[in-house]
Design a protein around this ligand. Sequence first.
Ligand code: 48F
Length: 267
Amino acid sequence: MAIFHPVDEKDITRAIAGSFLRQLEDYAESDVIIVGGGPSGLMAGRELCAGDLKVLIVERNNYPGGGFWIGGYFMNKLTLRSPAQEVFDELGVPYEKYTDGLYVADAPHACSKLIASACDAGVKFMSLTQLEDIVLREGRVGGVVVNWSPIAHLPREIAALDPVPLEAKVVIDATGHDASVARKLSERGIIEIAGEGAMWVDASEDAVVERTGEVYPGLIVCGMAVASVYGLPRMGPTFGAMLLSGRRAGELALDLLQKIAITGGEK
Ligand code: 48F
């Protein structure tokens, strides 16, 4: 006797395609689009979804997590400094104290818990999807223009594929060192990107959290994108600032959404 319920192959395709298309149709207009599914983007999404909002993470890889999967070098370990271990307490990630205020944890464990918690909160994902441009209307970022990631690696003569736009009330740039979304503004001379500084952990983490915020109407930067935009030092495989910056970006996006609801988006 068979273990599993009988199925037709076509129903598997229809189930996947139907579910994907319904989601794409729904999330063609989101409250918040987060570009980049690394630790800062996942934290921002988790924070935002607590408020029952439509939040979409656009990620160019086929998996979320960014630099959080592997931590430092090839060693699968990451560090974080007090008070960020409180986030690990919330997520249920085990960690060890290395010295006062410095903790070490298994990166895959931390990353998978954070992804699961963003999913549990209700964040939706578009994977293998790369930011190609932004929607810019009346002095405000109003969404993103995305394409299938592999297209960027194919010669144009065999794969000319137009991207599609996705609208959002607020966009968060969580693309890490690349600051890909903010860069679309700098390419047009609208903002300047200073470029990330050399490593100085002590100065970097506080500065990244403090400067997390709206870099242009409708666009918030978080995580290492903040360091790239403002020329702050890099920090290497310590992740407390990524978690707290992502959380702050989520809080700021909530404030912005409230402001937009009151003013209808006027500056
Ligand atoms: O790089 P990433 O982990 O950024 P983060 O959240 O955290 C940085 C740390 O991992 C580490 C560090 C501090 O501890 O120095 O590097 O700031 O995650 C960024 C995600 O954005 C995706 C990329 O694949 C990665 O998963 N991404 C980058 N550019 C694009 C993009 C793009 N143009 N379109 C879509 N996704």
